[in-house]
Design a protein around this ligand. Structure first.
Ligand code: SF4
Length: 132
């Protein structure tokens, strides 16, 4: 794994609709992934190669992601259905140790929507909100 350059940015949205079967929304607090797996499909999906660096070498952290998520959750009154974390990034990649966006977003989700189910790809212990 090469060391990725991490840059901060501000996002306008956090909840995005997804076509993944069984889920209505996805949450991706980072753009890019420092793991840079050769088999990863995300590079193709996002056309990442047109950005500033190669897939795996550039990560963008959406530093206001938890705040935007909280605002969106308060605005949406209808149940969200099932939400998935990290569909086009690894939500627990090394940048998370510095920015904590996934952890903060999970806390926001638990505070604002404790009854909505939440799934994520990574299996790190202690950071899981059980589906209800
Ligand atoms: S998103 Fe997943 S598969 Fe893709 S590079 Fe990151 S860890 Fe690898």
């Amino acid at each position: 794994m090469t060391k990725a350059a991490i840059s901060p940015t501000y996002c306008k949205t956090a909840l995005n609709k997804t076509g993944i079967p069984g889920y209505r929304y996805c949450l991706n607090p980072y753009v890019g992934c420092s793991h840079g797996c050769l088999y990863c499909y995300v590079d193709t999906v996002l056309r990442f190669s047109g950005r500033a660096g190669k897939w795996g070498e550039v990560v963008v952290a959406k530093v206001n992601f938890p705040e935007v998520l909280r605002r969106e959750l308060r605005r949406k009154r209808a149940p969200l259905g099932r939400v998935i974390f990290g569909t086009v990034t690894d939500a627990y990649q090394p940048a998370e140790a510095e920015f904590g966006l996934t952890r903060s977003s999970l806390e926001v989700f638990a505070e604002e929507r404790p009854d909505d189910a939440l799934r994520r790809q990574s299996a790190l212990p202690g950071l899981f909100l059980p589906a209800r």
